[in-house]
Design a protein around this ligand. Sequence first.
Ligand SMILES: Nc1ncnc2c1ncn2[C@@H]1O[C@H](COP(=O)(O)OP(=O)(O)OP(=O)(O)O)[C@@H](O)[C@H]1O
Ligand SMILES: [Mg+2]
Length: 347
Amino acid sequence: MNQHLQNILDILQQIESISDDQKALINKSLKDADKELVILAFKLDRTEKVKRTTAILLEETIEELEQKRKAIEETNTALTKSLNELKAAQAQLIQSEKMASLGELTAGIAHEIQNPLNFVNNFSEVNVELIAELKEELEAGNLEDIKAIADDIAINEEKILQHGKRADAIVKGMLQHSRSSNGQKELTDINVLCDEYLRLAFHGIRAKDNSFNADFKTEFDASLPEINIVPQDIGRVLLNLINNAFYAVAEKQRNLSDLDSNYEPTVIFSTKSLGESIEVSVKDNANGIPEEIKNKIFQPFFTTKPTGEGTGLGLSLAYDIVKAHGGEIKIETKENEGTTFIIQLPI
Ligand SMILES: Nc1ncnc2c1ncn2[C@@H]1O[C@H](COP(=O)(O)OP(=O)(O)OP(=O)(O)O)[C@@H](O)[C@H]1O
Ligand SMILES: [Mg+2]
């Protein structure tokens, strides 16, 4: 029994005025109190133990959490690093896509320059002969003939100049395409831009693949006002739409058996004035875009071309460029009948 309780019991036992019954009662009460005290002490001890184990567990949990936090931090750093690397890779891909489109243009440009160059060479040769004749007539003193020959030379010179200027314009256009766009908007005649890129793209494909054969038509709205655009950027959009269209019709033709040889691959390029805006559309009669990929074609890197043939960046870049001009790109497509890409640009 608890020592203090025992002392109280001893003192009470000695008091004679307390009856034996009362003493027995007191004895019992004190023993009960002692029991309760023992139980309480036991409980307290147990609580103390639980407290200590809990503290240890808590410490362990905190340590574990700290380790997890560190792991998350490391993962985060690694993720940020990969994200930066991805961004750098994407920027590089965009640059190489641009270079690739310049490559596609090169063959077309060579073809385009060849034409005026032929004119310049031919007319120069003719003029050399005419000048020799002129000298002969000078000696003979035939004034009439001299005048006629001089007139011919003048006409030829004009043609030489005209074709020289054409070649000059083509080279300037090429330089403009290769220059990284400075984002400067310029008043541009969309019809001229469309015509130039269409011919460059067409001859570019022809030069790469001489079995390629497609008809292209232009329906240009002559009343189109000049609009403020970044010509290199819109040029890239047009180039991609034209290349996509020619690719699609060529692909359809390749896949058709000779039995269906009445298929005529055709691409129609048209412009239209809508008052507040202008519309450029590229229409092909290929197979159309299947419903299940229609909402994917503007995603960067989405392509159905064989590996190595397309980056899948064409339409995603086109979308960004048109958006940056405050415009819109729409698609109308019908399976087996063809696709029309429509660009609307505000005036
Ligand atoms: N006129 C079209 N007819 C049918 N499918 C098209 C047409 N234009 C685009 N597509 C589909 O959209 C996809 C994405 O086009 P996008 O121009 O973005 O990339 P790409 O042409 O595949 O590659 P890149 O432009 O780098 O050569 C194409 O792979 C093709 O499946
Ligand atoms: Mg493309």
